[in-house]
Design a protein around this ligand. Structure first.
Ligand code: FES
Length: 127
């Protein structure tokens, strides 16, 4: 397992289909961010969760990114399709698998379904 810190970026601007612009804290992205922070704390997970205002994947809400030094960065979407508490648990599951890899590439067979369907892009490690 890598000892390097992992960061999860969550777009708090993302809205589910038909959701109102205001209040912003009621948006699907903001709700997922809160659910993820809560689930990570309950699980005792030492991860960094960063709220982001738009990751330019607005047609696939909610957008989430997983990254860590020396690893591939993955961008996933479509988390607005399930309740935020469920999405948060899926993300934490995927994150645990991500953390166990050396390069950030979770073997396809081991990926949660939402990470198979929701993958949007991956970027190679820097350096
Ligand atoms: S509003 Fe979430 S990616 Fe643009």
């Amino acid at each position: 397992m890598s000892a390097l810190p992992t960061t999860v970026h969550v777009c708090v601007s993302c809205r589910a289909e038909g959701e109102a612009l205001e209040p912003r804290e009621a948006r699907a992205g903001a709700r997922l961010h809160r659910a993820l922070v809560s689930a990570a704390a309950a699980d005792g997970r030492d991860i960094t969760i960063v709220a982001v205002d738009c990751m330019s994947v607005c047609k696939r809400p909610v957008t989430v990114g997983l990254s860590a030094p020396g690893k591939w960065t993955y961008i996933y979407g479509d988390f607005a399709r399930v309740p935020p508490e469920d999405a948060a648990l899926t993300i934490l599951d995927g994150l645990a698998r991500y953390e166990r890899t050396e390069d950030g590439i979770i073997p396809w067979k081991e990926r949660p379904e939402a990470l198979k369907r929701g993958v949007i892009a991956r970027l190679p490690p820097i350096g």
